[in-house]
Design a binder for this molecule. Structure first.
Ligand code: MF3
Ligand code: CO
Length: 270
């Protein structure tokens, strides 16, 4: 069953999505080698509740943390843990906030310190592919148009692997609503997009093989070849002509940039 949101509901969803964006921004400011993902998760849970929300992921199908933090070859659904992040790691931080009856659910992949150029390119291309998908999230297009745009940019153009086992989804009063939003597919196929449909579009793109496996913990998804994987996710409302992106990367990117500048300064004075 597909639920279309009214303009008033869309504004409530924007607030939930922006609440995730603000949490990710605070995380961006904290990131550096030596920090543990468990400490980030603890902060995330407290920050969400301090701002009047509830972490959507906690206890979802028994999920035991506030957030999913996926390092290097972990694709998604990584458990926060006591291991320290190190220079050269990449981490996807995926957060859900339930507020005013609606979920926000989005993710961003960060580089820790100096990351090799080929991995930085994987990050850049995956983010670009998300926006190429979003461009297609307009009235009268189909889910396959979004899917094709993402696959075309990542797999066909750059030779990366598009994960098949996990997909984006409708978003609303439930975290996972219809329809599914695959990151691979054909133009003109799948459900037609109508005004007020809110989608979580979330490319999961592997440097190497598209194949993944689930760890014995039942959650952690890793690449089969151990090569890195990148995940970006936005909450998007389908509109005529141009999609309305409810989440916002602007403050996250500003925090990311400030971190890089600080690092450059430190290196210069060292
Ligand atoms: N954003 C992810 C998704 O859409 C994370 C949810 S999994 C959870 O599936 F269990 F942690 F909630
Ligand atoms: Co999602």
């Amino acid at each position: 069953m597909v639920f279309y949101k009214t303009p008033a509901e869309i504004e409530l969803m924007r607030e939930s999505a922006l609440s995730v964006s603000r949490t990710l921004t605070e995380v961006a400011k904290m990131l550096k080698p030596g920090i543990t993902t468990l400490s980030l998760d603890k902060f995330i849970g407290e920050y969400i509740r301090d701002n009047g929300g509830v972490p959507s992921f906690l206890n979802y199908n028994g999920y035991p943390f506030n957030s999913c933090i996926s390092v290097n070859d972990v694709v998604v659904h990584g458990f926060p843990n006591e291991k320290e992040l190190k220079d050269g790691d990449i981490i996807s931080v995926d957060i859900g906030v339930f507020k005013n009856g609606f979920h926000g659910d989005h993710a961003y992949t960060f580089a820790i310190g100096d990351v090799p150029a080929d991995i930085m390119q994987l990050i850049r291309v995956t983010k670009e592919s998300l926006y190429k998908g979003i461009e297609k999230a307009v009235v009268n297009n189909r889910i396959g148009d979004i899917a094709f745009a993402i696959q075309n940019h990542t797999e066909k153009k750059h030779g990366y692997g598009v994960v098949r086992e996990l997909v984006g989804h409708g978003l609303g009063r439930k975290m996972h609503e219809d329809p599914q939003v695959p990151n691979y597919g054909r133009r003109g196929e799948g459900p037609k997009l109508k005004e007020g449909l809110v989608l979580a579009i979330e490319p999961m793109i592997n440097m190497g093989t598209k194949d993944v496996f689930t760890e014995p913990d039942g959650w952690t998804i890793r690449t089969m070849d151990g090569k890195p994987s990148v995940h970006f996710e936005h909450d998007v409302c389908v509109k005529k002509g141009k999609a309305d992106i409810l989440s916002d990367y602007t403050p996250i990117e500003a925090a990311e940039k400030a971190n890089i500048e600080l690092k450059t300064e430190e290196a210069a004075t060292a």
